[in-house]
Design a protein around this ligand. Sequence first.
Ligand code: PBG
Length: 322
Amino acid sequence: MSFPITRMRRLRSSEVLRNMVRETNLTRNDLIMPLFVRPGTKVQNPIKSMPGNYQFSVDTLTEQCKQLYNSGVQSVLLFGIPEQKDETGDIACSHNGIVQQAVRAIKQAVPGLYVVADICNCEYTSHGHCGTIVNGYVDNDATIVTLAKQAVSLAQAGIDMVAPSDMMDGRVGAIRKALDENGFHTLPIMAYSAKYASAFYGPFRDAAESAPKFGDRTSYQMDSANKNEALREVALDIEEGADIVMVKPALSYLDVISEVKHKFNVPIAAYNVSGEFSMVKAAAEKGWIDEKRIVREILTSIKRAGADIIISYHTQDIINEL
Ligand code: PBG
């Protein structure tokens, strides 16, 4: 019998000791802050369902990036809300697209900030789906052509990394090939590999104005009940050239993060998505939870599960404490 020789509480007896034996430490290096950019000047529209988050215009976004960078945020993930939408999302590939403008402005004003772009069509299509519709169905192979074009255009604008979030088959390979052919062989791809069709994206769709006008995303995003399928998705993305694989959402999928960590020897990102963020904010506003402690616990749990990188709207709130 190990008791009383082994007393687990000995190592919990002082804060210094607890700090020394802590297995998972959250740091500034782990976090990416998502931001939304729209046309106009001096725009800072609060996103009602995501307190503390805004739709910025390029000028106010640049200012925000400066502040975030000065407070210790090292990386941001950009989402664009275009002036006009079209059938295929082609507007996202324009030299003067909203994210392209934002990247150029940020890179000039805050060169040290690492800027990632989400690659998808849903913010840019009139129907709100992530790809080109053919006979009422999101056509895979037509869509990956547009995604590759979008990635190259953002690379030309100076983006540091691209993050395809569409869940089309073969898109990582198509994007890798297009980037390489255009001289961007050193530009990394962070693939949303295991992205589930999730109700946790609700607030984001208000923020990005990207809710589908008909149907849902279940014909391309994953069924939340599946884990083996996530491993197949990850394997395929690695084979196609993904440098980092992502699991999304994070909290209801910690088991998936953990499994991917154990099965694959690649960096893992996890997206602590809008619904996960807004639930915390709503409960905190009601005074039902201690927001600071909850946020640290949540982000630490995502890292403990195996994520190397955490994309989170809480980044701006917690950065000062890391
Ligand atoms: C675009 C995209 C979405 C999110 C990230 N990229 C929405 C969706 O798939 O509907 C969700 C992010 C969040 O909820 O914070 N495809």
